[in-house]
Write a protein that binds this ligand. Structure first.
Ligand code: CP
Ligand code: NVA
Length: 308
């Protein structure tokens, strides 16, 4: 049966660990996997702009011996020119996998329901699973042999935040959220993730103060205050989030060697200062690079390539 990656909820902790272990192999030995997806094609159906997601998937497919086709918003015109169901059924006759970047999460769910080939969520309003997997892989790559790390997320309770919460819950990583009141993740995300995390007290903690959320943190993560599609709220959000900027002062509350992460694109001077982006703490470009390595592992797992 085909397997989709619509949300982190689709993966068991064992499957996440398998993806990470394959990622390590892929990083170590590019040559060995250069024909892993030979003859296979990936379609990228995007309703929003992208740099990292598009390029890392396209280059990743190429490096695995496969091919990719990027379909910009105006080409497929999902749900307007043609229904999601008909797009899914048609593309399934041509390609071996579909990446979808969309506004409504329901579109990714429907695409997965109707496609006969694996569907990967390349970002929806609810979730950004490939991002979170690459992020936590990066954390584990950078912080080895340290137990009980504290991962702090500061900013908007958005798609990236949801996926990080689920990934941390699955892997038993405590996550501390510093989010202004009214912008937190949906209650059911917190409840479901808490259930997944199990009895471990304090696994997921929500604070309305950035300083409290990053206390003794090993990692501070942030994302834009207004996501794609929320541009009209930008001004209001800048006011609501002004005390949640990742800056030099905030880093003083965390561990001395705290790592700073951002999924990018960043709005320097808003959610993160230029100074912190350029500091020794920042690992944002290692994180961006790992998008490609982790996605190659996901592609091999889902599109049925050789993974030995
Ligand atoms: N982080 C991320 O998904 O970047 P893009 O929007 O550029 O793809
Ligand atoms: N939360 C951001 C992430 C971009 C990668 C957005 O949805 O625009």
């Amino acid at each position: 049966m085909k397997k989709d990656l619509v949300s982190i909820k689709d993966l068991s902790s064992g499957e996440i660990k398998e993806i990470f272990s394959l990622t390590t192999k892929l990083k170590e030995n590019k040559v060995r996997f250069r024909k892993a997806l030979a003859g296979k094609t990936l379609a990228l159906v995007f309703q929003k702009p992208s740099n990292r997601t598009r390029v890392s998937f396209e280059v990743g497919m190429y490096q695995l011996g496969g091919n990719s086709i990027y379909l910009a918003p105006h080409e497929i015109n999902l749900g307007v020119r043609e229904s999601v169901k008909d797009v899914a059924k048609t593309l399934s006759r041509y390609v071996e996998g579909i990446v979808v970047r969309t506004f409504s999460h329901g579109i990714v769910v429907d695409m997965a329901r109707y496609a006969d080939v694996p569907v990967i969520n390349g970002l929806s309003d609810f979730s950004h699973p490939c991002q979170a997997l690459a992020d936590i892989f990066t954390v584990q790559e950078k912080i080895r042999n340290r137990k009980n790390i504290v991962f702090s997320y500061v900013g908007d309770g958005n798609n990236v935040c949801n996926s990080l919460i689920f990934t941390c819950a699955k892997l038993g990583i405590p996550i501390h959220l510093g989010i202004p009141k009214g912008y937190g993740p949906q209650r059911d995300v917190l409840l479901e993730a808490a259930q997944t995390a199990g009895a471990k007290a304090g696994s997921i903690q929500l604070f309305s103060s950035a300083a409290r959320a990053v206390k003794s943190a090993d990692v501070i993560y942030t994302d834009v205050w207004a996501s794609m599609g929320q541009e009209k709220e930008s001004r209001t959000r800048k006011l609501k989030f002004k005390d949640f900027q990742v800056n030099r002062q905030l880093l003083l509350y965390a561990k001395k060697d705290v790592l700073v992460m951002h999924c990018l694109p960043a709005h320097r001077g808003e959610e993160i200062t230029d100074e912190v982006m350029e500091s020794r703490h920042s690992i944002v470009f290692d994180q961006a690079e790992n998008r490609m390595h982790v996605q190659k592992a996901i592609l091999i797992k889902l599109l049925g390539g050789e993974d030995k």
